[in-house]
Design a protein around this ligand. Structure first.
Ligand code: ZN
Length: 144
């Protein structure tokens, strides 16, 4: 179903979402930064209202991205440095151990932004369940 069929805007393309995530911008509108500082998210997006932390535990999925990218980087660097014989075994261990500790800390915001961007592409906010939940919250209390 596209925009003409449903009357709703279609989700941004994967490339658009990933580009916005790599700039740490809201994947839905691309207008506002997702982070106030190194670790604090701006939630929801002040520009479009997109909720970034959709449910308890939702953002834990970004750990898979962070782990995967870190592991891939270390494996590639290990073989690259090992085969080039530019470092001794001990130096290689220290360099890659340091990278394994520091890279995920630096990449944390990007992993979260990518997780939210992939989600925005394949399950745009708000989905039907979230729409119903927001409609129920908007009802005055006492009315069923
Ligand atoms: Zn936004």
């Amino acid at each position: 179903m596209n925009e003409a069929d449903s009357g709703e805007p279609s989700p941004p393309t994967l490339g658009t979402c990933v580009g916005r995530a790599l700039r740490l911008k809201c994947p839905a509108c691309g207008q506002h930064k997702m982070f106030r500082n190194w670790i604090t998210m701006v939630d929801p997006c002040p520009a479009c209202g997109r909720k970034f932390d959709r449910a308890p535990g939702y953002l834990l999925g970004s750990i898979y991205i962070n782990y995967g990218v870190t592991a891939f980087l270390i494996v590639v660097l290990y073989f690259g440095l090992f085969l080039s014989k530019s470092l001794t075994g001990s130096q290689l261990l220290w360099v890659l151990s340091g990278l394994g500790l520091l890279f995920p800390l630096w990449f944390f915001r990007y992993a979260r932004a990518l997780w939210i961007a992939f989600d925005e592409r394949w399950d745009p906010w708000p989905n039907d369940e979230e729409r119903r939940s927001m409609a129920n919250e908007a009802k005055p209390s006492g009315i069923e």
